[in-house]
Write a protein that binds this ligand. Structure first.
Ligand code: C5P
Length: 407
């Protein structure tokens, strides 16, 4: 049976162009067996119609707080109690600000105050609005209060801008809802543990417009973060630039270069963490001195020489500084996979290394599936090829067992 069967989801839609995507979201939720009650803010009515939402959800849409007819049916406090989850997609900057302030000046904000059920936000707004310190402070405050969130994603925006603020895709929001209900059934055996995970590529500037990077999608590291969160761990996810949504409840730190990634790791583990997983594909080299201005084409030569220097080895540095009790690395290799991985385990001072063959096109970089070999100083284990989300569950279990045996 689906995790969503008979789950009661109150879907709040606030004013933003991404509201049109919520129609698809309702379809996904109801198809999986959930009951969906839609609540619109005044702003949302400019983007989607009550008629459409009523037809798709199968329930009359609610929007006003002081509506005697609606209150005579299911009053707003009853409605707040009815919901197993309040999902707000899109969540506008204005709504997040009102929610963070504890305002109750329309039906949706009142329901958020009145509910004792979890609330999951899918923020959507212009990139400058999302980056504004006021919005960032509101998002942080809400997270600290236990409000869950998914996204926003990075990319092209309806207004023509490019940057963070796009609402996560309906399928990603659906997965987050599904994972949420799955998690509530999972034993919280990592509660009280702090896991720090790096993911994605690093981006090393050549000049203000060019950079050195790699094809890492971040999928494996993000899946590990979601798997550890599901079992109750507090997870800090330190990520290079990626195009995927942040797992609900992760404490995300976005970085670009390896130097920034190392600094963020050290800061996050100023008190020793329980587990550090280096799933990021860190660029081995950076410019000796990145150019302040855009490099010009030289008309008299066909060649250009860039002087590169080694980046810090983040995981080896953290292992040496004993920043985490258990340190897990990844080794992406194209040949002699196991042998090279064993060498890295010893050289970098790791407890566990996860080796994968990136010469295969069906697994690893940018793929949804992976096949790995997990190596410790006295054990080698090769789970079957699996979806990264499934493999992440198995790896988290392996790490947890390793901690138990070695403590
Ligand atoms: O690139 P390499 O194969 O050495 O990566 C092995 C492990 O070391 C990975 O876990 C990667 O995240 C980490 N690493 C790092 N800093 C680097 C290079 C790799 O933390 N500069």
């Amino acid at each position: 049976m689906s995790n969503l069967a008979q789950k009661r989801i109150l879907l709040g839609i606030t004013g933003g162009i991404a509201a049109y995507k919520s129609i698809e979201l309702i379809r996904l939720l109801t198809k999986a067996g959930a009951e969906v009650q839609v609540v619109l803010t005044e702003g949302a009515k400019a983007f989607v119609t009550e008629m459409t939402l009523q037809a798709i959800s199968g329930h009359p849409v609610r929007s006003t707080l002081l509506d005697p007819n609606a209150e005579a049916g299911m009053g707003h406090i009853e409605l707040a109690k009815w919901a197993d989850l309040i999902l707000i997609a899109p969540a506008s900057a204005d709504f997040m600000a009102r929610y963070a302030q504890g305002m109750a000046n329309d039906l949706l904000s009142t329901l958020c105050l009145a509910t004792e059920s979890p609330v999951l936000l899918a923020p959507a707004m212009n990139q400058a609005m999302w980056r504004h310190p006021a919005t960032q402070a509101n998002a942080k405050l809400l997270t600290e209060r236990g409000v869950l969130s998914i996204g926003p994603a990075d990319g092209a925006q309806a207004c023509g801008d490019i940057g963070p603020g796009r609402m996560s895709e309906p399928s990603e929001i659906f997965n987050a809802v599904n994972t949420h209900f799955q998690n509530t059934a999972v034993e919280q055996d990592l509660a009280g543990q702090h896991w720090v995970i790096t993911a994605g590529p690093t981006m090393e500037a050549i000049d203000p417009v060019r950079f050195i990077s790699n094809h890492s999608s971040g999928k494996m590291g993000y899946a590990l973060a979601a798997a550890a969160i599901a079992r109750g761990a507090k997870v800090t996810l330190i990520s290079g630039p990626v195009q995927i949504s942040t797992p609900a409840n992760a404490n995300i730190i976005n970085v670009k270069s390896a130097d920034e990634m190392l600094a963020a790791c050290q800061q996050s583990m100023s008190a020793q963490a329980d587990v550090f997983i280096g799933a990021a594909a860190v660029a081995d080299f950076k410019m000796k001195a990145a150019c302040d201005q855009k490099m010009k084409k030289q008309s008299d030569t066909d060649e250009v020489t860039l002087t590169l220097v080694k980046n810090p080895d983040i995981i080896a540095t953290l292992a040496q500084q004993k920043r985490a009790r258990t340190i897990v690395g990844f080794a992406a290799e194209t040949q002699n996979v196991i042998e090279y991985a064993k060498g890295k385990l010893a050289k970098k001072g790791l407890d566990i290394i996860v080796a994968n063959d990136v010469s295969r096109s069906d697994i690893g970089f940018n793929q949804d599936e992976n096949q790995v070999t997990v190596i410790t100083k006295d054990k080698t284990w090769s789970p079957d090829k699996a979806a990264k989300s499934e493999l992440a569950n198995q790896l988290v279990e392996f790490i947890q067992q390793h901690i138990k045996l070695s403590s």
